[in-house]
Structures are given as C-alpha cells and as structure tokens.
Design a binder for this molecule. Sequence first.
Ligand code: PMP
Length: 420
Amino acid sequence: MNVWDESRIEAVIEDYQEYVNPGLASLMKFAGFGDVEVEAQGCYLRTASGAEYLDCLGSYGVFSLGHRHPHVCAAVHAQLDQLPLSSRTFFNEKSATLAKKLASLAPGNLQFTFFSNSGTEAVEAALKMARVTTGRTDFIATIGAYHGKTMGALSATGREVFRRPFEPLVPGFSHVPFNDFDAIAAKVSDRTAAVIIEVVQGEGGIIVAKPGYLEAIRQLCNDNNILLIVDEVQTGLARTGKMFACEHYGVNPDIMTLAKALGGGVMPIGATMATPDVWSGTFGGNPLIHTSTFGGNPLACAAGLAALEVVESEDLCSASAKRGEQMLAGLQQLQAELPGTITEVRGLGLMIGVEFAVKDVAELTINGLARRGVIAAYTLNNPNVIRIEPPLIISETQVHTALAALGESVRESIEMLEGM
Ligand code: PMP
C-alpha cells in the first residue's frame, strides 16, 4: 500500500484549513482524524499514513453494503462506459427499473418515485408534495429531528443551533417532543398538511419510536386527512433490521424519503416515494412542477439497483438484526460495568446509540476509538451520544473488536478526565 510523506498529509490538512473549512478542520484533528483518507474496502478505510480503520460510522448510514461493494462497483463501471448522465430527453431504463423495484419493496402503496441527489433534496420534494396535494401549508415535526439543512428541510429539522441563524425559515412548522403523541395531536389544525417524522431519530441521539406512537400518528393523519411523511433517509434499506424501519410498526406512510444507503456506498442519490393520490396531486397539473437535472441519473440509479440486489441477495436485514443484537448486548454489558458513565444504550438493528452522562467522555472516547483503529462519531443534535452504524456486512469478530476498543476507550477517557 502507498504510504504518503508526512509533508503531503500536512499539506492536505493545511489546504482544508485555508480553503475549505478551518473550524471543521480543527474539530477533525481534535477528534483524532488528522489524516487523509485514501482507499476503502468492505468494513475498512485506509489513510495516507498507512493506518487502517474499522468503519463503525459508515458515513452516517451510507455504507450499509460496506465500501466499494464489488456488485455495485461493477454496475457503476458498466454504466459509466455506456451513458453516465441522462440526456433528459429520452426515457431512461435504469431510472424506470429502480423506481419499479422500489415500488415492489416499499410498504403500503408507495408506487411512484421522484429521484434527487441527497437526503435534504428528498425531504424538500416531500414537503412540496404535501403542500400542493393538500392545499394546506403547515407541518408538524419533532424536536431533535434531522431532515437536512436546505431551507425547507431545515424548517423541519428540530435543532435551534442550525435554524436560528437562518430565520425566517419556511413558515408553518411546529416542533413537538418526540415520542409524545398528545403533543402532535394538540398541534393539528385545518392548515396541517403533514406530519414529518423519523422512525428512529438519528441525529437526535438514536431515539427509537415507542410502540404505538407511529401507529397513533397514522390514525390521527387518517382521521384528519393529513399526510404522513416518514423520513427513512438514515433508517432505510435494512439499517434497522427491516428493509424500512416503519415496517417494525406496520405503519404505511403517504410519502417516504430515502438517500444514504440507496447509492450502495458508491453514488449519491435521494428518492421521494409517494402514493398515486399524492402523485396526481403533485404532478397531475404539471409534470414539471418539481424537477432536478441530476436526479435519477443513470449512474446513481445503476448503483441503486445493484444496492437493492445486494440487500436482498446477502439478506442484510437478517444480518443487521443479528449483528445489531450482538453489538447491543455487548454495549449493555459495558453499561452495566460503567453505570455512572454510560446512561443508556439503545437502537434498532445496526443503528445504535451510546449515551454518556458527560459530553467530554463521549468526545474523548471517539478520539480513543480512532487511536485504536475504529471510526465512530457523535450524533449531530446530541453530542452526548456516540452512534454505531457500521456496514451491515460487519462480522461477529469485527463486532467483538469494536466492542473491545470501545470498552478500552471509555475507561481511558474516564481516567483522563479524572487526572485533569
Ligand atoms: N433526513 C435524515 C433522517 C438524515 O439523517 C439526514 C442526514 N443525516 C438527512 C435527512 C439529510 O441528508 P443529506 O445530508 O444527504 O442532505
């Protein structure tokens, strides 16, 4: 493997500092990631200094199939040699086939798909569809929710630190505590177009919907002709042990958003799926009412199709459930050993959060993990929580490795803080 000179690594970090994002560069260095990524395969990422990392973050849910899955890479290579981007005049087979495949997998009656390039764009489309279909303006979202950072999606995101600097945002959004059905019911009015919700709040700190919560929201929406938007950008495609997390609850959304893992860890793609009613309400009057130049491009759709084939052929739903159980059990044991330090361990499948009593312990633990060759991170809206979202192909031995490194790192962090 090619190992870089120290000076070349330093130069990249300096350029980042000078031309990309100085504050972020400092944060990355502090967290223990002061190196340059150069290649990846399966569950491992290699850096320019020659270090190898077990990727237990998976780019926040992107690398469900691992890095550079051969089936996805082959599909993308083949498409690259044929027609990478669409002319946007003729029909495109990859886009049609992926939409059809998604319709066959999705819960309920989500027959149609609008393709975009990211999670936040998928949410933008969902919000616009809800407004134009219902003719109403308002949305109910949850505190701690993360739906993206473009103006519409940010209006649904429930964290003030990201919202306040950009106000006024899109009007009509209210935020209520997650897992509190009565709080949602209390906000319903004749202006409510939709409720937008994650099944497991990801950036909010890996908070799983309580049994009965989503079911009650579904009923509330039915009773009031309100649309239910389920944001599966992070939870979708086997991450939680089922193809879509809402299936754990038997709840069928009217609109569902996907991104991250849909590109198979090779291409960016976003998707907004909806029922025929929502589709005719949105595109019935004008098929160009919402569009995207790159959305649904053949490269991304070829990756998406190949990714879905792998999720099915390698039975990643079962893998996620099984390895998730192993990881959760190991973490619960660690919590039992360190009850004052780790306050809670929770998750669904391989979307797991470890909550620390003290934010500094979480931060130092991430650094300690990096020094032991394991990548993890905290959740964006809750820095006390470390998230574990490895590739769903992670092996039993690799889970052991991650757990051992975590145990050592937490204990080391406690000692470091006590010595300060
Ligand atoms: N929705 C959810 C549930 C997410 O987790 C994220 C990203 N963390 C987004 C939307 C936004 O996706 P992106 O960063 O691709 O715009």
